[in-house]
Every structure is written in structure tokens, then in C-alpha cells.
Design a protein around this ligand. Structure first.
Ligand code: BES
Ligand code: MN
Ligand code: MN
Length: 462
């Protein structure tokens, strides 16, 4: 550990400056205006992997954005760790809510990050966390302490559903052979409370279109006599939660895996300050399914949320119009053993069935992803736990992540590989929001912890 800390201390500024360069490239995968930047970012990752000492580094083209692959195979008798992460980021809009521009990283102190945090889109999700692995790898190479074979697979389409990664994985099974997948793209409970996610939610995402009359109408001449698709859509959406905030789609909960009273009691031990949570979000109260705590609501329960809704007149002033169409983007977070195909199908059926005859509806499915549970009794989990225990001085607690990383289920299905979700961010780091940031403490803690994971994984695999 002393050797690790010495290397980090003598390279601290460079480690940071390289990450800032990485963050300056706006690799927004959702917006084609940035496609050249996304491609540039793949090259950046390639260069840095090569500089750190990886072999066979390649920017692998796909039908979408490329996957950067690299490896260091030192001994076939040693276990192999496949590191997965993503170099693409979410759009930064609304830009006016950023205190400093999203692609001009700046360091500021916050209450949660008294040592400073890097403010930039992708700082935590996931460039900062990917870069920890590249620097930890450099450290192991330079100090001659690499304990496992390592493979890197860093993709550029995670934020848009990883639709080409599955194809790549299926076509490269031999190349991707490993003993475990190591992913840093999740959060810990707090900087003094390390944790490891042992589950992630899945996702079913649809867009709905509600059509009333064949054209926009005068809302005085026709209003009251013809269905307003926005009014109807609002009512349909509202009807999908009952008074207990339970989702009303028939069959929605059929396959939801019950969590044992024992596991729920364990979850209740996770440090969580409801008052702090409300204060941070400036809400007078929380919301959610009756009978479940906030931690359970995001960890073990499925949800249905409108992500965006539009239609009619939203320009300046008032225009009296009865619109022809209304739209919404709706996501459902899934838990084991729901599947995205099944949920999308029953949503579609239900949505069509509750539409009155006065409107037509269309449901268009987007990308989905499956929920996962990752083992807590594996050699890899124990290695991650021991590594974190050593660097944080506290044993990490198992948690459930509310977000989704669809590729985790795919690794299991296609490669037969389990993942370890050793993330280092905080839920309050504003991922996907304006002013995303990543603590300097978290960044360096990750670089310090990762080599120990490799060390213990090799040791425990013997
Ligand atoms: N890194 C997140 C997922 C995440 C964040 C998991 C925090 C657990 C804790 C990932 O980049 C992400 O945002 N995933 C998307 C899904 C994807 C299909 C667009 C999500 O969860 O919305
Ligand atoms: Mn991510
Ligand atoms: Mn994300």
C-alpha cells in the first residue's frame, strides 16, 4: 500500500490533468452534432491505454461508436480481469444551469467534497471512474505489481443503450475471455461509508403518441366537444399509479422477486439520513410506494416515470389551441425477475386498453435492459471488499443500485461472466444533471483501491 500511495503522490497532478483533458472532449453519444468528438474520445482512450502499457490496443468500429479494447496478458495461469466502462456522456443541457461550462472542467469545494470536486459532464459518469482504472493499471505496470491479466473494454454508447456492444461481445467471445468483469460506474453510500452494489435495476423505455383530431383546432370553437390529447394523456399517465403509488398495469408485479425480511432488515441498516436527503433536493417530503423505505424504493422496487412530455403550444404568450397530438417518454425501472420485453409488452397492451375512443395511441419501444443481481459470496466480491476495507478503513456494505447498466446481464448471458460493481461516485454527484462532479478524494481513492482488488483477486483465486 505504501508503494501505491508513493506512486500516486508523485504523479498526483499529472493524473488529474490527464483526466481534465479527457473531460474536455464533449463525447455526447445521444447528439450526432458531437460525433467527431465521440470518435476523438475513443482515440484518447486508446492513446492512454497504450501509454499505460497495454498491448493490442484497438479502436474497434461498430455500427455506432467504437469500442476501445486493450489488454495485458502476463501469465496464462493467472486470473484475468475484464475492465468495462464507458467514455460517452449524457447531453449537458440545460446549459444555463451549469455554474461553469460542462466541458471546461473546474475544481471547487463542496460541503460533501471539502477537498474539492471536478465539475464537468462525465466527471463521475463515467470518465472519471474509467480513468482511475487506466491510471491504476499504469501504476501496477510501473511498480511491477500487476497481479492479474487485464483486459479493457471501454465503450462509447452506454448512455444510449449499448445497442452495438452485444454484437461485439457475441463476436469476440474468445478475446473477451476472463474470470470476472470489474466495473466502476456506480456509487458508494458516502465518502466515509464504502459500499458495493450487488444489484442494478433494468429498464423498459417507451415513447407514446396520443392523437386527437386530425389538426390543431381553435380551443374555443371546438374545446369541450373534442378530446384534447394532452388532457387525455395526462389522465392516462396519472391513472398508472394508485393511491398507494402502486403501479396499476395488470401483471406489472407478477415476476417481482420478493426480498426476504432478513435482507430488508439488512438494507435498513444502510446509513440514510432522510432529512439530509430532503434538504439536498429541497423537497418538503419524499414520495413513493407505500410500505417501502426510500432505499427500498430505489433498490428493490420497480417504478414508472415520465421523463418528458410535450405537445401543443409552448411558445411565448398564449395561443388558444386544442392540439392534435401529445407525446411522452416513459421509463420503467425493473427489478429481478422482470424482463424488459415482457414489461414493454404489458405496458403497450395496457396503455392501448385505457385510451378512450376519442383518441388514437401509439406506443414505440426504445432500448431496454435487464435487471441483475451480482454475487456477494464470490472470490471477486471478497477481493473488492477486502481492497475497499483496506483503503477506507471500513468494510464496504452491500447495496442495490437504482440505475441500470444493461450490459451486466449481457456479460452473464453471453460470456458466462459475473461482474463486480466497485463504483466510487456518490449519488449526490449530479450524474446526468447540471453541475455533475466527482470528488478528488473519490478519484484518488479509486486509483488506490483498484490495484488492491487485482492483488486480492489473484491471491484469493489460488
Ligand atoms: N452509471 C449509470 C448507471 C448507474 C448510476 C448505476 C448510479 C448505479 C448508480 C449509467 O451510465 C446510466 O446512466 N445508465 C442508464 C441506462 C442506459 C440504458 C441509458 C440509466 O440508468 O438511466
Ligand atoms: Mn455510467
Ligand atoms: Mn449514465
Amino acid at each position: 500500500m505504501e508503494q501505491i500511495n508513493n506512486y500516486i503522490n508523485s504523479n498526483k497532478d499529472r493524473f488529474l490533468n490527464e483526466l481534465l483533458d479527457f473531460l474536455r472532449i464533449p463525447s455526447i453519444s445521444a447528439d450526432s452534432a458531437y460525433s467527431a468528438d465521440v470518435m476523438k474520445t475513443a482515440e484518447f482512450v486508446k492513446d492512454k491505454l497504450m501509454a499505460a502499457g497495454a498491448d493490442k490496443v484497438e479502436v474497434c468500429a461498430t455500427a455506432g461508436y467504437p469500442i476501445v479494447y486493450g489488454e495485458k496478458m502476463i501469465d496464462p495461469s493467472l486470473p484475468t480481469v475484464l475492465v468495462y466502462g464507458h467514455y460517452d456522456v449524457q447531453p449537458a443541457t440545460p446549459l444555463e444551469l451549469w455554474e461553469t461550462p460542462p466541458f471546461e472542467p473546474t475544481i471547487r469545494k463542496t460541503a460533501v467534497h471539502p477537498d474539492g470536486a471536478i465539475f464537468a459532464r462525465g466527471a463521475c459518469d463515467d470518465k472519471g471512474q474509467v480513468y482511475m482504472h487506466i491510471k491504476a493499471f499504469e501504476l501496477m505496470m510501473q511498480t511491477n505489481t500487476l497481479a492479474c491479466n487485464v483486459k479493457f473494454m471501454i465503450e462509447g454508447e452506454e448512455e444510449v443503450g449499448s445497442s452495438n456492444l452485444g454484437i461485439f461481445v457475441k463476436a469476440n467471445k474468445e478475446r473477451l475471455k476472463a474470470d470476472v468483469v470489474l466495473i466502476s460506474d456506480t456509487s458508494i453510500v458516502a465518502n466515509d461509508t464504502p459500499s458495493i452494489d450487488c444489484g442494478l435495476r433494468g429498464l423498459s423505455y417507451v415513447e407514446v403518441e396520443v392523437t386527437g383530431p386530425n389538426r390543431d383546432l381553435h380551443s374555443g370553437v371546438y374545446g369541450g366537444a373534442v378530446a384534447n390529447p394532452i388532457n387525455i394523456l395526462a389522465k392516462m399517465i396519472a391513472s398508472m399509479h394508485d393511491e398507494n403509488n402502486h403501479i396499476t398495469i395488470p401483471g406489472f408485479y407478477n415476476n417481482v422477486l420478493d426480498v426476504s425480511a432478513e435482507d430488508r432488515a439488512d438494507m435498513a441498516k444502510t446509513p440514510f439520513d432522510l432529512e439530509e436527503y430532503k434538504k439536498d433536493l429541497e423537497v418538503a417530503d419524499v414520495w413513493g410506494e407505500k410500505g417501502f423505505s426510500s432505499i427500498e424504493r430505489t433498490g428493490i422496487r420497480p417504478t414508472l416515470d415520465v421523463n418528458g412530455i410535450w405537445g401543443g403550444y409552448i411558445g411565448e404568450g398564449a395561443k388558444t389551441v386544442l392540439p392534435s397530438k401529445a407525446f411522452a417518454k416513459i421509463s420503467m425501472r425493473l427489478v429481478p425477475n422482470q424482463t424488459s420485453d415482457e414489461i414493454t409488452e404489458i405496458f403497450k397492451k395496457h396503455f392501448e386498453s385505457i385510451a378512450p375512443a376519442s383518441v388514437k395511441v401509439e406506443v414505440r419501444p426504445h432500448h431496454g435492459g435487464e435487471p441483475v443481481l451480482t454475487p456477494t459470496d464470490s472470490v471477486a466480491f471478497k477481493a473488492a471488499s477486502k481492497a475497499m476495507e483496506q483503503t477506507y478503513g471500513k468494510k464496504p456494505i452491500p447495496t442495490r443500485g437504482g440505475g441500470s447498466i444493461p450490459i451486466v446481464a449481457l456479460f452473464e448471458k453471453e460470456l458466462g461472466l459475473k461482474s463486480v460493481l466497485m463504483g466510487f461516485g456518490l449519488d449526490s454527484d449530479a450524474l446526468h444533471s447540471p453541475n455533475e462532479h466527482y470528488g478528488l478524494f473519490n478519484y484518488y481513492k479509486g486509483i488506490e483501491t483498484i490495484p488492491l482488488f487485482h492483488k486480492y483477486f489473484a491471491e484469493f483465486s489460488k
